[in-house]
Design a protein around this ligand. Structure first.
Ligand code: 5GP
Length: 120
């Protein structure tokens, strides 16, 4: 899938749409999810143009991948959820229900999160 420069996270990165920023560095931005599903629900996104996890894993230079992984850990510690625990999740494409076509990792925390997947 080609990258859509008008997706909502691209617009957040360009400052065209506001976000509640929790972390930023040269490669990464993290902000609160607009429809939180846990007391802590933060989205971590690379600044590069990657459609999904699959695109990021296949195409991003190793330095960007390493910076992203380090940032996810740093954000979770900054949010205070590293001690009690948290869940990270990335939806890729249709079967996972990916809504926004710019790679992002969700960080959920702040309560017992229950089963990994709902029962069918
Ligand atoms: P996905 O289903 O693609 O993994 O998750 C997309 C997430 O982006 C959803 O949890 C949704 O609530 C969040 N989201 C969609 N639009 C916006 C927005 O404009 N601002 C913020 N902060 N989050 C958004």
């Amino acid at each position: 899938m080609a990258y859509d420069r008008n997706n909502i996270f691209a617009r957040i990165l360009r400052g065209e749409i506001p976000c509640q920023k929790v972390y930023e560095d040269a490669h990464v931005l993290a902000f609160n999810d607009i429809r939180p599903q846990a007391p802590v629900h933060v989205l971590v996104i690379p600044k590069g143009e990657y459609v999904s996890f699959d695109d990021f894993a296949a195409q991003a230079p190793a330095a960007e991948q390493a910076a992203f992984v380090a940032a996810v850990g740093k954000v979770a510690r900054q949010l205070g959820v590293a001690e009690n625990g948290y869940r990270i999740l990335a939806n890729h494409e249709k079967d996972a229900g990916q809504e926004v076509p710019h790679f992002h990792v969700h960080i959920f925390g702040g309560k017992r999160l229950g089963r990994m997947l709902p029962r069918e």
